[in-house]
Write a protein that binds this ligand. Structure first.
Ligand SMILES: Nc1ncnc2c1ncn2[C@@H]1O[C@H](COP(=O)(O)OP(=O)(O)OP(=O)(O)O)[C@@H](O)[C@H]1O
Length: 718
C-alpha cells in the first residue's frame, strides 16, 4: 500500500488511494471470509461483514470528516498504513462489533416488534411462547394507543419549544455584544418567555396523561397476573412457593410499572430533546455539530452494554429477592412453631444467608452502574473541551458569531445532559423489561388442566364410582410412586360411605381426585355414570362440598367466611347452615356475633370452632355430595361424635363421604372402605368387617386398646 501510494500515478491523489485502498481491503477480506473453510459462522453473518466494513472504512470516513471540519489531515492521509493505525483499526472494529451485535440488533428488534405488536390485532390474553416481554408489554399498551399518540405529540411539541430557547439566548447575546437596536433584544426575550411557558404547560399535560395511562396498564397487568396464577392447576401451587408467587404478583409488577411510568417517560423526553438539540445545533453550525456527532457512537455503546448487563442481573436479583421473601413469609406464617422450637436465631440466620446472596448481586449491579456513570462523564467532558476549542477558532476566523457560539455551547451542555439522562434511565428501563420476563412467564403458562367439561344436569343423584384408579403425584407411573393402586370404590346416592385406613394410605388423595385437583393416570372416576371431567368446573364445585382437616378460614368476619363463594346467600340460609354445623350457638356468643373477625387463618377462634365454621361454609352450598375429611378432628371425642351425628341426621338426600381416624365415628356408615398403602383391602358394613377380623377389625381393636390404655393410665395417676 505504501509503495502504491508513492507511485507517480497515485501520489497526487491521496484521497483516492485512501478510499481505494479501503475498498480493495474490504473486498479481499470479504472474499476470504466467505470462501475460506476455516472462517467462523459469525464471520460469515451480516454482523461479521459489517465488522469488515468498519475495519476498512472507518479511517477513510474519519479523515474525510476531519477534512470537512477544515482540520489538518496530512498525517492521516500519509500514515494510515502505520502499525498504530492498524492497531487502532482493530480496536475500533471490536467496539463497533459490540455495538452492532448488542445495540443495533436489539434496536431493530425493538422497532420491529413494537410496530408489529401495535398493528397486529392479536389480543394480549392469547400469548405465544415466543413473545418477548417487550412485545407483551406493548400488547397491554395497545388499548391506550391514542393516549400514547397524544403523549408523543405533546413530547415532540414541548421538546421543540424547550430546545428553541438557547437559540434566542444566543440572539440576545449578539445584541449585548453589538448593542445595535433594542427591538431584536425585546423580541428575543418575548419569544423566549412564550416558548418557556408553552413548553411547561405541554409538559404538565403530557406527564399527567402518561402517568394516568401507565397506572391503568399497571392495574390491568397486576390483575392479569393474579388471575393467571389462580387459574393454574393445584400441582403448580404444590411446586411453587407462596412467597415467590406473592413477590411476582406484587413487588415485581410494582417495580416494573414504576420503572416504566417514571423512567420510560424520561427516556422518551430526553430522546426527543436530543433530536431537536441536534436539529438546532446543525442550524447553528454544521461543522461543530459534525464534531459533536462523531462522539455519538461512543456515547451510545456504553449504555447499551451496561443496559444488557443490567437486564441479566435484574432477573437474578428478582429471583434472589423472591427467595428471601419466601423465607420471611414461611417464618411469619409458622411463627408459633418457630417460637415453640426457640428457632428464631435459626430463621434469622436462614434469612441473612439469603440476603447475602441478594447483596452480592446488588454489588455487581452497583459496579455496572458506577462504571457506566464514570465512563459517561469522562466522554462528555472530553467532548465539551473539544467543542470549546474548535468553536473559539471558528469565531476568531469569523465563521460564526459570538451569539452562535453561546447558543451552541448551551446546546452542547444540554446535549451532554440529555445523553447522560438517557444513559442513566435507559438501563433502568431495560432492567424493568428484564424483570417483567418472570411476570410474563406466569401469564404465558398454560395450566395443565383437562379440557373443560360441559355437563351441568339439573338433577344430580350424587353417585360416585372409582374404577381401577391409579394415581401418582409425580409424572411417573412407576409402581413405587403410585399413591393409589387400582382403587375401585362406590359412593351410593343418599348414603354415608366411610373411607378408613392408616396414615398416608391415600384417603385424602381420593378426595383431591374427586375435587378434580389432579387427574388419575389410569382408570376413571364416574359421577352419575359420566366421567368426572365432563362436568363443568363451577357446577362440580357447587355440588361437591369438602370440609378437610386443614380447613382454612380467611381473615374476614364469620359471616363472610360462611358465605364464601355464595355471597348471595341470605342470612336465614347462613343461620341454618351454622345450626346444622352446631356453630350458631358459639357464634352468637362471639363479641360481634356473625360480624366477628376470625383473624388470620382463623387465629381468633379455637380449632374446633374453626372446623364448625368450615362445615357451615360447606353446608350453605346445599351440596349433593358432602365430603368430611377428618373435618371434626379438632373436637374432643364427645363433641366430634355429637357434631357428626347431628350432621348426618340433618343432611337429607346427600351422598356423604366420611374420612375419620376415629372408628367410633365411622361405625354408623352404611358402607366402609378400608385402604392400605394405596390399595383397597376390605369393604362392607361395620359388623361384617369386624367379623372378618381383617385390617378394619385390627384398627378398631387397636383404637379401643389405646383408649382403654389411656383410661388405665389416668386411673393409675389418680
Ligand atoms: N401434594 C402432594 N405431593 C406429593 N405427594 C403427596 C402430596 N399429598 C400427599 N402426598 C403423598 O401421598 C401419600 C398419601 O397421602 P394422603 O394424604 O392421601 O394419605 P391419607 O391417608 O389421607 O393420610 P392422613 O390420614 O395422614 O391424612 C402420602 O405418602 C403423601 O406423602
Amino acid at each position: 500500500i505504501r509503495l502504491a501510494q508513492l507511485s507517480p500515478l497515485l501520489i497526487s491523489h491521496p484521497f483516492i488511494t485512501l478510499w481505494g485502498g479501503g475498498l480493495v481491503r474490504a473486498c479481499f477480506l470479504a472474499l476470504l471470509t466467505l470462501n475460506s473453510s476455516g472462517s467462523l459462522p459469525w464471520m460469515r453473518s451480516f454482523e461479521g461483514l459489517q465488522s469488515v466494513g468498519v475495519l476498512c472504512f472507518h479511517f477513510p470516513v474519519y479523515t474525510t470528516l476531519l477534512w470537512a471540519l477544515e482540520q489538518s489531515i496530512m498525517e492521516n492521509l500519509w500514515g494510515w498504513h502505520s502499525w498504530e493505525r492498524v492497531l487502532q483499526g482493530y480496536v475500533v472494529t471490536v467496539v463497533a462489533w459490540l455495538y452492532w451485535s448488542r445495540y443495533v440488533s436489539s434496536l431493530f428488534l425493538f422497532l420491529g416488534r413494537s410496530i408489529s405488536s401495535l398493528l397486529t390485532k392479536t389480543p394480549a390474553e392469547k400469548p405465544k411462547d415466543t413473545q418477548t416481554p417487550l412485545k407483551r408489554l406493548m400488547g397491554y399498551m395497545r388499548p391506550y394507543l391514542w393516549n400514547f399518540v397524544f403523549v408523543l405529540l405533546l413530547v415532540v411539541l414541548s421538546s421543540y419549544c424547550e430546545m428553541a430557547i438557547p437559540k434566542y439566548i444566543g440572539r440576545a447575546a449578539d445584541w449585548i455584544i453589538s448593542e445595535e437596536t433594542s427591538d431584536a433584544f425585546t423580541e428575543a426575550i418575548r419569544i423566549m418567555a412564550l416558548v418557556t411557558f408553552v413548553s411547561a404547560v405541554l409538559e404538565f399535560v403530557c406527564d399527567l396523561l402518561y402517568n394516568v395511562t401507565m397506572s391503568c396498564i399497571h392495574t390491568s397487568v397486576q390483575g392479569a397476573v393474579f388471575q393467571a396464577v389462580l387459574k393454574q392447576e393445584i400441582a403448580f401451587f404444590d411446586d411453587t412457593k407462596t412467597g415467590e408467587l406473592v413477590s411476582r404478583v406484587t413487588t415485581d409488577t410494582n417495580d416494573m410499572s414504576e420503572a416504566l411510568s417514571e423512567k420510560l417517560s424520561l427516556v422518551m423526553w430526553y430522546t426527543a430533546r436530543i433530536v431537536f438539540n441536534i436539529y438546532f445545533m446543525f442550524s447553528q453550525s454544521w461543522k461543530m455539530s459534525l464534531l459533536n456527532c462523531m462522539a455519538l457512537p461512543i456515547l451510545w455503546v456504553i449504555p447499551t452494554l451496561t443496559g444488557h448487563f443490567y437486564q441479566t442481573i435484574a432477573v437474578k436479583v428478582q429471583e434472589s429477592l423472591a427467595k428471601a421473601n419466601q423465607v420471611a413469609t414461611e417464618t411469619f406464617s409458622c411463627m408459633k412453631t418457630v417460637r415453640s422450637f426457640a428457632n428464631e436465631d435459626g430463621e434469622t440466620e436462614r434469612y441473612r444467608l439469603q440476603l447475602e446472596d441478594t447483596y452480592a448481586l446488588n454489588k455487581k449491579e452497583a459496579v455496572g452502574y458506577a462504571t457506566s456513570i464514570w465512563t459517561n462523564s469522562m466522554t462528555t467532558l472530553t467532548l465539551k473541551v473539544c467543542i470549546l476549542y474548535y468553536g473559539g477558532t471558528l469565531v476568531t476566523r469569523g465563521g460564526i458569531s459570538s451569539g452562535d457560539l453561546v447558543s451552541f455551547i448551551m446546546y452542547e451542555l444540554k446535549f451532554a445532559s440529555c445523553i447522560e439522562a438517557v444513559m442513566h434511565y435507559y438501563p433502568a428501563v431495560r432492567k424493568a423489561i428484564g424483570a417483567s420476563e418472570k411476570i410474563f412467564e406466569y401469564l404465558d403458562r398454560k395450566p395443565k388442566l383437562p379440557p373443560k367439561g360441559t355437563l351441568a344436569p339439573k338433577n344430580l343423584k350424587g353417585h360416585i364410582e372409582f374404577k381401577k384408579v391409579k394415581f401418582s403425584y409425580s409424572a411417573t407411573t412407576d409402581e413405587s410412586n403410585l399413591v393409589l393402586k387400582d382403587v375401585s370404590l362406590e359412593i351410593k346416592p343418599g348414603q354415608v360411605t366411610a373411607l378408613v385406613g392408616l396414615n398416608r394410605s391415600g384417603k385424602s388423595t381420593c378426595v383431591k381426585l374427586l375435587e378434580r385437583f389432579y387427574q388419575p393416570q389410569a382408570g376413571e372416576i364416574l359421577l352419575d355414570g359420566k366421567p368426572l371431567q365432563s362436568y363443568k368446573d363451577q357446577y362440580l364445585h357447587d355440588k361437591i362440598a369438602v370440609v378437610s382437616q386443614d380447613c382454612l378460614l380467611f381473615a374476614r368476619s364469620v359471616r363472610e367466611n360462611i358465605k364464601y363463594g355464595n355471597k348471595d346467600a341470605s342470612d336465614e340460609e347462613m343461620h341454618k347452615a351454622a345450626e346444622m354445623a352446631s356453630a350458631h350457638e358459639f357464634i352468637m356468643k362471639l363479641p360481634s356475633g356473625y360480624d366477628t373477625d376470625v383473624g388470620e387463618k382463623g387465629s381468633q377462634v379455637s380449632g374446633g370452632q374453626k372446623q364448625r365454621i368450615a362445615i357451615a361454609r360447606a353446608l350453605i352450598k346445599r351440596p349433593k355430595i358432602l365430603i368430611l375429611d377428618n373435618a371434626t378432628s379438632d373436637l374432643d371425642t364427645e363433641n366430634e361424635y355429637q357434631v357428626n351425628q347431628a350432621l348426618l341426621n340433618q343432611i337429607n338426600n346427600c351422598s356423604v363421604l366420611l374420612i375419620s381416624n376415629r372408628m367410633s365415628v365411622v361405625e354408623k356408615a352404611n358402607h366402609i372402605f378400608v385402604l392400605d398403602n394405596g390399595m383397597l383391602k376390605e369393604e362392607g358394613a361395620h359388623d361384617e368387617l369386624l367379623k372378618k377380623g381383617g385390617l378394619y377389625a385390627e384398627l378398631v381393636k387397636k383404637q379401643n386398646m389405646g383408649f382403654r390404655g389411656q383410661e388405665v393410665e389416668r386411673n393409675d395417676a389418680n
